[in-house]
Design a protein around this ligand. Structure first.
Ligand code: AMP
Ligand code: ZN
Length: 470
């Protein structure tokens, strides 16, 4: 299994410390508003990563955090706490906002059929541990205090700039105006923020003699230390995390524990619309509900994402999503074509096919796994599926499903397929009756009408089957 490691900027063979417990952490959502499809993209990509690990016989042990405190609107040390902002917007308490959007996020996660982590780690459940980490940083002399918090002194960690290849001199010049004069270096960041008298901040803990709350980056270093232990095998997130959030996590964990945080780092690129990043502030967001309302399933969205690569920026269009949906239905149809006339009880036929052609299935399976082992090249795996689509005997859908969790064979539950099938069956019957009565004009008319809708009828020994036109 080869993955592109951000830390070395190289494609490297992934070797976990213990194959039976692959420690894997991915930065989770800030739970203050409804996630858009761009927010979910990372979890769809990392789901394939986890399933690819499993296909290689590894046992992932994954933690996802839920940020319910400390993430400010600037992503830095200024601006409003995102949870406070959500509470104001909706006239609720910050705790209600967090609970609600944790539910919303998990519902989407389920819809996308993504593997649950071993634990959803909520930042506010780790306050004592976070305070202990800050105390370690203070003791190890990595911090200084300003009027608004405890700051990490990045000049005390000479490797600070290495991970993101930061140009700190440039950063200093550019940031002079924006940063408080109390900061020693522009790249210094708050590990703990003080709440000033009169300041509205409902989430508060007494620490260092006054009320305050943890800095945003602190929770990840804390949770990794508590739940997994440094260094973890793999840490994943969005590319926007490289220069600040992950760089700061690395600095904190080194400052507190003198340990490397992670051996492998994976970062995924953004989703855009008309070339612009999908984001609330631009007003161009699309949610999972929007997809559903337009007749698309979560599987269609996943398939569209997997047609590309996690390290490439992806421009979302409804036309491309429609094409992805068509591809999924085509696969689904290929899957059921052989069995659509057999009763449900006889669907175990598939099992018989699997065992009778074991060797060929093994080859196909190996080819698919090799494709995703090449830095999660799902697009190449999909090309293999298309190549084998008319060779039904060779296609091992179980490996396709295990890796991509796309609901291909789940025909009993798939409303879209059933709707189409229900519409076509009476037409097929009518055509067959016409043929029996030698009314070829009617029979051909039905066939041509379906052809115009990209549907082909196949007359086989098992009866008339339908499939999407190639
Ligand atoms: P936000 O809630 O906007 O701060 O986003 C949370 C995280 O979701 C960001 O840190 C990104 O890693 C990810 N994200 C936000 N927008 C996009 C996007 N358009 N495409 C991919 N990931 C995104
Ligand atoms: Zn993080």
């Amino acid at each position: 299994m080869k993955l592109f490691n951000t830390a070395t900027k190289k494609l490297e063979t992934f070797k976990p410390q213990n194959p039976n417990k692959v420690t894997f952490y991915s930065c989770g959502p800030t739970v203050y508003s409804t996630p858009h499809i761009g927010n979910y993209a990372a979890y769809v990509y990392w789901d394939l990563l986890e399933r690819t690990m499993m296909a290689n016989g590894l046992k992932p042990y994954r933690i996802i955090n839920l940020t319910d405190v400390g993430h400010l609107t600037s992503d830095g040390d200024d601006g409003e706490d995102k949870l406070e902002k959500g509470a104001k917007r909706e006239g609720k308490t910050v705790w209600e906002i967090a609970d609600h959007y944790i539910d919303v996020f998990k519902t989407g996660f389920e819809k996308l059929n993504l593997l649950e982590p071993v634990k959803w780690a909520r930042a506010t459940d780790y306050i004592k541990e976070s305070e202990a980490l800050v105390e370690k940083l203070i003791k190890n002399d990595f911090t200084y205090e300003t009027s608004d918090g405890v700051y990490f002194d990045t000049s005390k960690f000479p490797e600070y700039k290495d991970f993101a290849r930061l140009d700190l001199d440039h950063q200093k010049a550019g940031a002079r105006v924006a940063f408080s004069s109390e900061k020693r270096n522009a790249s210094d960041f708050a590990v703990w923020k003080f709440i000033k008298p009169g300041e509205l901040h409902a989430m508060r803990w007494d620490f260092l003699g006054r009320p305050g709350y943890p800095g945003w980056h602190l929770e990840c270093s804390t949770i990794i230390h508590e739940e997994l232990g440094e260094p973890i095998d793999l840490h994943a997130g969005g590319i926007d995390h490289i220069p600040v959030h992950h760089t700061n996590e690395i600095a904190q964990s080194f400052g507190a524990f003198h340990e490397k945080l992670a051996n492998f780092w994976l970062h995924c690129n953004f989703l855009t619309i008309n070339g612009e990043k999908i984001s609330k502030s631009l007003g161009n967001i699309v949610t999972l509900e929007d997809l559903e309302q337009k007749g698309f399933s979560a599987s269609d969205f996943k398939l569209w994402l997997y047609q590309g690569h996690y390290r490439s920026e992806r421009n979302f269009t409804w036309e491309d999503l429609a094409a992805a949906k068509n591809r999924r239905l085509k696969w689904q149809n290929a899957y059921v074509a052989r069995f659509q006339q057999t009763s449900k009880e006889n669907r175990s036929l598939r099992g018989q096919m699997l065992s009778s052609d074991g060797e060929k299935f093994a080859t196909f399976k190996q080819q698919i796994i090799s494709a995703v082992n090449d830095d999660l090249n799902s697009a190449a795996a999909f090309a293999l599926i298309d190549e084998n689509l008319n060779n039904l005997q060779l296609l091992d859908w179980s490996v396709v499903e295990a890796l991509f969790a796309l609901n291909i064979s789940n025909i009993d539950k798939d409303a879209e397929y059933e709707k189409l099938d229900n519409r076509l069956q009476p037409l097929i019957k009518k055509r067959n009756e016409a043929r029996e009565n030698k009314d070829y004009e009617t029979a051909d008319k039905i066939r041509d009408e379906l052809k115009a809708q990209n549907l082909t009828l196949l007359d086989t020994e098992e009866g008339t089957l339908w499939q999407f036109t190639d």
